[in-house]
Write a protein that binds this ligand. Sequence first.
Ligand code: NAP
Length: 295
Amino acid sequence: MSVAPEHTATLLPGKPVAEAILADVAERVARLKAASVQPSLATVLVGDDDASAGYIRIKQRQAEELGFVSPHRHLPADATQADLHRVIEDFNADAGVHGLLVQYPVPGHLDYDLALAAVDPDKDVDGMHPLNMGRLALGLPGPLPCTPAGIEALLAHYEIPVAGREVVILGRGATLGRPLSILLAQKRPTANAAVTVVHTGVPDWDRYTRRAEILIAAAGVPGIIQPEHVRPGAVVIGGGVRYEGRRLLPDVDESCATVAGAITPRVGGVGPTTVAMLFRNAVAAAERQTGRRSG
Ligand SMILES: NC(=O)c1ccc[n+]([C@@H]2O[C@H](COP(=O)([O-])OP(=O)(O)OC[C@H]3O[C@@H](n4cnc5c(N)ncnc54)[C@H](OP(=O)(O)O)[C@@H]3O)[C@@H](O)[C@H]2O)c1
């Protein structure tokens, strides 16, 4: 007797999406340079956390590959909030610096949100400055938060229709779930969805996720999404992750591929699109500040 092969969802890797975004960024950087503008993305790191230092190095290397210059300030682990703000203000005041990234997290005695609020909103490449979150909520132009924008780009790249469809997001965090819910409900062809956000205040959240045509995990709780929470054939996007040391533990259990129609891979799904959006924000910042908006 033959056994029907187990269904496996189509994979939605982030790398081709990121490559397409970065190719566009590289062209825009080249156009700026041809107009004698040297795009610049500054980075600030506080403390000696190996993982953070590694992330900054990767971003700097990629910035340089794309044609940005990338001035960097490294503050010691015992730097004060005032020390950090002085560095931010120096970069804010430097007209040659178009984008500014303060690496998260900062040592426990420092307030990251306060530092982020001190960044010039027009240089905020994370798109997380309170003014930029306000612009997002009001539908005004400005840098978009990288992970939500990366998810929208991923859906668009794979030509997954979003408009008019039922999207359920598990998680209402400030980095991902909340801004994503605003973004995907906006009146644009790649958004325009019926968005529902569920969280710990909705104990029977699976009642909602089971009817989602597009399910986005944004909780940071390893394995919280299991096959029984997924509508057969749904698109499942794994945004939430937790790190245990260097091990990445995603919200979406791999077994969901047996039920979903399409799914991001365990590694290399949303992550690469997030980084690409950082550079898209950086080149857009350089264009805005020098009056050379692209296309
Ligand atoms: N892939 C990437 O590139 C990338 C980039 C950025 C962030 N992330 C990940 O995205 C995730 C979300 O980050 P964030 O800062 O936006 O979120 P957050 O502030 O950590 O919030 C998590 C959300 O999930 C909800 N939640 C947690 N446990 C739950 C449970 N058992 N049942 C139902 N809801 C639950 C929380 O509900 P309450 O509000 O009720 O507490 C909250 O709304 C994190 O895992 C983060 O690592 C990924």
